[in-house]
Design a protein around this ligand. Structure first.
Ligand code: CA
Length: 711
């Protein structure tokens, strides 16, 4: 027996010429590196279709296709899909992660940057890691305390936490190996995106352009956590010199003193990578604050709202394409950047594609950044079209709300025609499946804007544009909201089919070689469509809204589909009553895994509370309430909802016990009693009188709502 093992060890070592001692025998018992937990190498990441049973990175592959060649589940048998297992997560906020599966083990993140490992077949938990993100960080997370997933590299997982740490975890145990801080903790940075592993480097960006930060991307050594390079997307203080030639050029496109606010242009979402070109691709966010750029060229504010390519080895600039020059509408260009080979004008072109927030679907040559096509995939009212030569939009004069000083209702609005929810590209159908939406937004410049702590710093007047009590205006606003899954032909530049949904803010998308497209939605269903024509083939009641993108994998030849359920993100947090159009949801966060013949069941959802709490019967001073409305819009509304109507994720303050107890109110708002859940003390920025004004506004809103409801 012993002799046989030694023989195997020597065979494994090949011509290494090492004498086979006990250590080598032990190595042979441990098996080849491939058999080690999560041993994901450069070869594996660049050949994902050689192992279709696995899903090795959040977007499935470096091309960010969210497409799997698996086809055991297909358009003929998908009706037999059932729940195989579920796992209740302990973080009841938005779930945006796509899990990875490596050799039968599933790794996923959940809200508050936690990580879980599961036996992918049984759902048995192997471990959970909680980085213990301080609750106070939530105040700087514009769009929920979400996380979009891990990267895997050579036996380790890489997690970026909401408070800006990059942590390497041992995939077998979930124990941290190293941890580095990737952001300046004195600035309102957060991180929600998944890192990308490229040949021994871990790539990560950050968020915070709604508050006041300078965007950048960093590359760290996967083994040690050492910073290898950093690429800034906004030029910094000219007195300190520019980090690169491209930033020196970019500085000419900003007005004087831009760098004091940070500039924004954060790289907060996803990455893709072309191994042949050695290029890393990412999108950048909005200019911060909004509406402060002179209108027209050359005030483009580079490299904001752009698609950018850098050399992954060095972080050196390769090219950029700015989708929205001089952005003042929050048209982040951070959506999925999908690489594909398309036949355009009779010849194969290596392209990069984006369904951008600004409503246009872009196809670029990914070696040069040259525009090949740009057409709107949703209605657009801010621009007349894109110049095919320069790639610049022809912006309509009325869209410059900062110049006109008038309210301007933009389509798309700040939520975008497509947001972070991943789109999917199927090389089988040649179609891109876009979680598309129509959400208009009223833009009005805040002329008295000054950046402040513990507040959003967008520079717009959200109190004046809050949804008014007038039922006609409310009905009009609700009618304009739409959400649909759009199957887009990127060559013909047209929609091939569309699956309408209840409202906006639905899930990311998975497509498979089984002629299937999977998407969860805000109304609480997880649905399978036929990829070729959009026929709805199967659905599952998830008991909560779904925003994450699904993924699929196989173990021992059996295919599974997994999605994270859990309503959340910016829309239910900030949109208030408008978010009810999509489906009135509570958050029930779970990992759901499906297989043909699956027989697991979810426990019955508890009944929805139906009683309406009567508001305090006190007379509210309208002037005090009006003052409170201003503070509410600037400091509270981005989480507790427009017009003090919660979208179901955080407490609806109209029904808060704090409206009946001043002592309780003070303990929370002044004393920070709920800091661990993200509700910090506002003592440093709101005087006692201002706090009382916000409370008066909430009581007024509670009384208005009670009077309007049929109780
Ligand atoms: Ca933004």
């Amino acid at each position: 027996m012993r002799r046989a093992l030694i023989f195997v060890a020597i065979a494994l070592l090949g011509g290494a010429g090492v004498l086979a001692g006990p250590r080598v025998v032990a190595a042979a018992r441990a098996g080849t590196p491939r058999a080690r937990r999560a041993w994901v190498t450069a070869y594996r990441l660049t050949h994902p279709n050689a192992e279709p049973q696995n899903w090795l990175s959040t977007g499935h592959d470096y091309s960010d296709t969210w497409f799997s060649p698996l086809k055991a589940i297909d358009d003929r048998n998908v009706g037999g899909l059932g729940l195989a297992w579920h796992d209740d997560l302990d973080t009841h906020r938005g779930q945006e992660a796509t899990p990875v599966v490596v050799d039968g083990v599933m790794y996923t993140t959940s809200a508050w940057s936690k990580v879980q490992a599961f036996n992918a077949v049984t759902g048995r938990r192997l471990w959970q890691f909680d980085p213990k993100v301080p609750g106070r960080i939530a105040i700087y997370a514009c769009c929920d305390v979400v996380n979009r997933g891990v990267a895997v590299w050579m036996g380790r997982l890489y997690l970026a936490t909401l408070d800006g740490r990059l942590i390497a975890l041992d995939a077998r145990t979930g124990r941290p190996v190293w941890s580095v801080l990737t952001v300046d903790p004195r600035r309102p940075y957060t991180v929600t995106g998944a890192p990308l592993a490229v040949a021994g480097r871990i790539i990560i960006g950050n968020a915070g352009a709604e508050y006041g930060v300078r965007g950048y991307v960093s590359a760290y050594d996967a083994a040690t956590g050492k910073l290898l390079w950093r690429f800034y997307t906004v030029p910094g203080d000219p007195a300190k010199g520019f980090e690169s030639a491209v930033l020196a050029r970019a500085a000419k496109t900003w007005p004087p003193g831009w760098w004091r606010s940070g500039g924004g242009a954060t790289v907060w979402n996803t990455f893709s990578y072309d191994p042949d070109l050695g290029l890393l691709y990412f999108g950048t966010g909005n200019i911060q604050p909004w509406g402060r750029m002179p209108s027209g060229a050359p005030a483009d504010g580079l490299l904001s709202a752009s698609i950018v390519a850098v050399h992954v080895a060095t972080g050196q600039y390769a090219w950029h394409f700015q989708t929205t020059p001089g952005d003042r509408w929050d048209y982040d260009s951070t959506q999925t950047l999908t690489l594909a080979t398309l036949t355009i004008d009779g010849r194969p072109r290596k392209v990069i594609m984006q369904a951008a927030k600004n409503g246009y679907f872009y196809v670029l040559d990914r070696a040069t950044g040259r525009l090949l096509a740009a057409r709107n995939f949703v209605p657009v009212n801010w621009s007349r079209g894109i110049d095919p030569q320069t790639g610049r939009p022809e912006v309509k004069p009325e869209a410059f709300y900062d110049v006109t000083g008038q309210v301007w209702v933009g389509t798309p609005g700040a939520a975008g025609g497509h947001n972070w929810q991943p789109m999917s590209f199927s090389p089988v159908t040649g179609l891109v499946y876009i979680p598309a939406q129509e959400v208009s937004f009223p833009y009005l410049l805040d002329r008295a804007f000054e950046p402040q702590a513990l507040a959003t710093n967008m520079g717009i007047d959200q109190a004046a544009t809050s949804l008014p009590p007038d039922p006609k205006i409310r009905a009009q606003a609700l009618a304009g909201l739409k959400g649909y899954l759009s199957a887009w032909d990127p060559v013909a530049e047209r929609e091939v089919w569309r699956a309408p949904l209840a409202g906006p803010w639905n899930g990311g998308v998975l497509s498979t070689a089984g002629n299937l497209v999977f998407e969860g939605n805000a109304a609480g269903s997880f649905v399978a469509y036929r990829a070729s024509d959009g026929k709805r083939l199967w659905s599952f009641a998830a008991e909560t809204g779904i925003i994450a993108a699904p993924m699929t994998f196989a173990v021992a030849g059996k295919q599974y589909v997994t999605v994270l359920a859990g309503w959340g993100g910016i829309f239910p947090l900030a949109a208030g009553e408008l978010s009810f159009k999509s489906g009135r949801q509570v958050n029930r966060s779970r990992v759901l895994t499906f297989a043909l013949g699956g027989t697991d069941r979810l426990p019955a959802a508890p009944p929805e509370p139906t009683s309406v709490v009567p508001p305090p019967a006190v007379r509210v001073d309208p002037a005090l309430a009006a003052q409170g409305a201003q503070e509410y819009a600037r400091r509270c509304g981005s989480c507790h909802g427009d017009g003090a109507v919660s979208g179901g994720l955080v407490p609806d303050l109209r029904y808060s016990a704090a409206l009946r107890s001043e002592e309780f109110w003070n303990a929370v708002v002044d004393g920070g009693a709920f800091e661990s859940e993200g509700m910090v003390s506002f003592k440093s920025v709101l005087s006692a009188a201002q706090q009382a004004a916000v409370r008066a506004y909430l009581i007024e809103r509670a009384q208005q709502s009670y009077a309007a409801s049929a109780h």
